[in-house]
Design a protein around this ligand. Sequence first.
Ligand code: ATP
Length: 291
Amino acid sequence: MKGITLYTPAKINLSLDVTGRLPDGNHTLETIMQSVSLYDIVTVEKRQSGIAVHCEHPYVPNDRRNIAYKAAEAFFSCCPEKGGAHISIRKNIPVSSGMAGGSTNAAGVLKGLNQLYGNVLSEARILELARSLGADVAFCVEGGTQLARGIGDILTQLPDLVNVEVVLVKPPFPISTPWVYKQLDLNRLGERPDTSGLINAITEMDLQGIASRMRNVLESVSVDKYPELREIMDRFLEYGALASRMSGSGPTIFGIFEESKKAEAAKEQFLKDYRDVFHVKTIGRGEQVEW
Ligand code: ATP
């Protein structure tokens, strides 16, 4: 096999709680991450040596700064066989949106290269490399529905929550994740998620129970600074969403729906004001299509 194409999915956070701050400035989290059916298309081809990345998106670098490049470097640093890779990325996941676009590309490159090179690395080793690239990369290796704790890197697979109707709206301004964490006042987080209650609701596939328990404490910073985010959430409820929340540190806001028709209608309404609007579904682990 010379090349492989992977559809690498985005994620949303069904809940996000910050449980503490470490002496090194990092925060400890408790978050439930969920893969959704919005995919970047990543093609990985074998070369004799060297790594090259090609992506036409204006905000995505084509060099070492690309996290997909770093993933390939990490792979070859452990691969017993000498080799190289050409990686091309077609972005559908908005950049800097809180949907882990870069991380899912990196996870795809690790898995794609491992397949191309005859599964030389164990799954555990791939996960270890992913973790060294970032907590979200580790989540993206398996995807599905997972609880992340620690600094986001201690992962527990939960029962797959599949086929839930989700609409994503990404407003056209960026929000810096480090900025959000810097502003965060741990004594004023607002409503915290009931993570164990949410896990029970996921296990029972109780969509109402899930909707009523979704919370993201980072909204206390991002929504405060950008009131437009609150307006989008309110609009979601007006359009019949069971609940609406921010993904990660934003700016993407998502709504979950019981009916596809209502979700589609909400998408049409948002498209009048926003360009990056997607009607997707939640997907299970390993649902990363390969060609
Ligand atoms: P997260 O939800 O994990 O915080 P995000 O959705 O906020 O991620 P990304 O789109 O993954 O953000 O990455 C944003 C930054 O990373 C941008 O500055 C972008 O230039 C850089 N970057 C490097 N490699 C990639 C890549 N393969 N895809 C997207 N962005 C990348």
